[in-house]
Write a protein that binds this ligand. Structure first.
Ligand code: NAP
Length: 323
């Protein structure tokens, strides 16, 4: 089968499409014929070698696959051959940028017929991150207001749909007119363009001068200090994304009884992941959650996909399609 293989850390070009042996599932594992795999920014950081977590070389990137169960190892109770599934993660030593991959059964969830495989490949990291940031970290409650700072990308669209379905008031931001329209279509009550010079000044008036209860921050190194100015009393900022250093005035946290929380999906416990995916599957089934696909590229164009996921002007997910 064909798979993307990384033999050294470095620029996108270190990803090569190679012929590799077909994998076979062990006990409690499934072989998934990959029909689509999501591209996440973290895969770019890891491939570059700059990320704290490094897989041993060589490796195949990719955690968010959707496809068909083709074979099962012993002791699998959660799926059957032929099932449509999405997976959040692959078994140790395997990756999703491939025609086939192996997943532990706990990583695999049913993909409702109403969704495409590309949409299934947009669920794992983005929707898992959004759900954990909102409910595990920020403890968001219906009736509260959330600012989704960077709502046009994979995590932001997921957070917009989840927060809206849960009864939060949603203010989203995007960096292009197209992105602003997209975020509004996903259910945000208000959408601002984070490239407009005065957009942060418009947030307090939108909340009756009270501020926002929760902020999901996709680019903390740019926004964190100004986020603290629009927090409601008792407000919580969750740092989801960050690409550099930032200076903040801690007095702004103090004066609001505020909280700045970190968040990484790598810390999610097995119990959290069970709850998260039970909630997500319910939303995917009942139609409240609808992953948005911005671009589909052939698996052979993984290099271009890694370039595209780091560009401004996000519009949903970028997914790779094996032939
Ligand atoms: P993505 O699809 O590439 O989206 C990036 C988002 O950031 C877009 O909405 C983009 O908006 C927005 N953005 C760009 N400039 C911004 C600014 N100045 N202020 C606010 N937002 C801005 O990426 P993603 O998959 O959604 O991930 C978002 C971030 O979270 C990434 O940094 C990623 O590494 C991180 N992340 C962290 C975790 C975790 O566990 N902590 C998990 C998943 C992702 P425009 O392009 O419209 O300007």
């Amino acid at each position: 089968m064909k798979a993307i293989v990384v033999r050294e850390f470095g620029p996108a070009e270190v990803m090569k499409l190679e012929e590799v042996p077909n994998p076979s599932p062990g006990p409690g594992q499934l072989l998934v014929r990959v029909r689509a795999v999501g591209v996440n920014p973290v895969e770019v950081y890891v491939r570059s070698g700059a990320y704290a977590r490094k897989p041993s070389l060589p490796y195949t990137p990719g955690t968010d696959v959707a496809g068909i169960v083709e074979a099962m190892g012993p002791d699998v109770t959660r799926a059957n051959n032929g099932d449509r599934v999405y997976a959040h993660g692959t078994a140790a030593g395997y990756g999703g940028y491939a025609e086939r991959t192996v997943c532990d059964q706990s990583q695999v969830h049913p993909l409702p017929a109403r969704l495409s495989f590309a949409q299934g490949a947009a669920v794992g990291v983005p929707y898992g991150t959004a759900w954990r940031a909102l409910f595990v970290r920020a403890q968001a409650r219906p009736g509260e207001t959330v600012l989704i700072h960077g709502a046009s990308g994979g995590v932001g669209i997921a957070a917009t749909q989840i927060a809206r379905a849960y009864g939060l008031r949603v203010i989203g931001t995007a960096g292009t007119d197209k992105g602003v329209t997209l975020v509004r279509e996903q259910g945000a009550h208000e959408v601002l363009n984070h490239r407009d010079a005065d957009y942060m000044a418009r947030i307090m008036p939108l909340t009756g001068s009270r501020g926002v209860d929760v902020i999901l921050e996709m680019l903390a190194n740019v926004n964190l200090d100004r986020d603290l100015e629009v927090l409601a009393p008792g407000g919580r900022v969750v740092v989801v994304g960050n690409r550099g250093r930032v200076e903040i005035d801690p007095r702004k946290i103090m004066s609001k009884d505020g909280t700045v929380l970190g968040m990484t999906m790598f810390s999610a416990t097995a119990e959290e992941l069970r709850a998260i995916h039970a909630a997500l599957v319910a939303g995917l089934e009942n139609g409240t959650l609808n992953p948005v696909i911005g671009r589909e590229l052939p698996l052979a164009q993984a290099v271009q996909a890694h370039g595209a996921v780091m560009e401004a002007g996000a519009f949903g997910k970028i997914v790779l399609i094996p032939t």
